[in-house]
Write a protein that binds this ligand. Sequence first.
Ligand code: PSV
Ligand code: MN
Length: 446
Amino acid sequence: MDREAVKSVLRGQEIELPSWAFGNSGTRFKVFGQPGVPRDPYEKFADAAQVHKYTGVAPRVSLHIPWDRVDDYAKLTDYADDLGVRIGAINSNLFQDDEYRLGSLTHPDRSVRRKAIAHHAECVDVMRQTGSAELKLWLPDGTNYSGQDDLRARQDRLAESLQEIYALLDPQHRLLIEYKFFEPYFYAMDIPDWGTSLLHCLALGEQAHVVLDTGHHAPGTNIEFIAMQLLRVGRLGAFDFNSRNYADDDLIVGSADPFQLFRIMNQIVAADALGPQSRVSFMLDQCHNIEPKIPGQIRSVMNVQEATAKALLIDRAALAAAQQAGDVLGAHGALMDAYNTDIRPLLAELRTEQGLDRTRWRPTPPLVTQRRSPPNGSAASRQGGEHEHGRQGKGRGRGADRAVEPARLGSAEHELRRRQRLGQGHRCRSGHRRGRGVAMGQGLGR
Ligand code: PSV
Ligand code: MN
């Protein structure tokens, strides 16, 4: 594909952002609060809109229920619309309730399963009110010890629960089922792999698809093979992109292994699955525990864009000819030639052509960083801002309760710090501040 054709495909690319990437997050050891983090879903959308403003390819934001519960979803949808972004997938949450200790959709007690199913009814209702077409379900159920529960009975209960959830969907809805090989349980997860996810999808029907989270595999797994196989049978519903070095690290996609990301995008391009007609949703599922969050998301989006552009550059005719001729090095070389191309000038050109803000982001000056340091970790910081509404992001273990709470600041000070974070804002019709310009971050260009 030549440069112009690559740019034209890239213009249509969409990468969905997770609302939880903008809240505080951390590990079981520590959550580092950041000043000015969003206090509610409206502020998360304002932050996400910044990412779209600078990249032009991130017009959708996934919500997580109950973290992103609001009284008026029509108002939130309008607000997103005002900002030029849309509501994407609705994620359910089956991992934060005491009753789910032994499972949710697989729990031996029917009443617990019913509660978990009812939660999905709420999510489907949110989909109807927001116009979202995707219900994303990650099942955190599993067991820690052999013999703890009957593995097969758990699958049967799961199949039954999923059927009830599937029956809630409208015809335009999709159920996206995510797998994960370990955590929070460490003997057997109930949907540990793509095979299990796919079997449940096939049993459910055409509206059920598999979610491939790149961080949810054993080290060394050939993820592009899984992507290819799911594409082959038309059941790859979505990616949750992130990077991992050891476990489910949720690092910036393409940071640990950019070549893997390229190999995945190669399968996507080869299957002609980049456009909306394929209905493969390219989502991020990450946390930015130590780096600034908006620039972290921008970096992530650009990493996906770069990998996509390189995959588009592959000389497919030369590749096919080499493969047919058994030319091992020639075929591998066709991939490597594309991968080793510096694509950044082309992407910078594309952004200019799209009229995107070419502001060069600079790292935050140390002084500002210092001034912005929140009094986190203290009991005071846990009190939260005035709009605090509990957990909104990912944290692990004992840090989790603190994972999401904004540092304790008076509302005026918090507002000021948000404005510093986003640049000077002005009021939108919903009364929430809309940011203009970002004050800190990394270079957007080369
Ligand atoms: C947990 O591992 C997880 O990362 C799943 O991938 C979900 O997609 C996400 O959290 C949000 O629930
Ligand atoms: Mn995920």
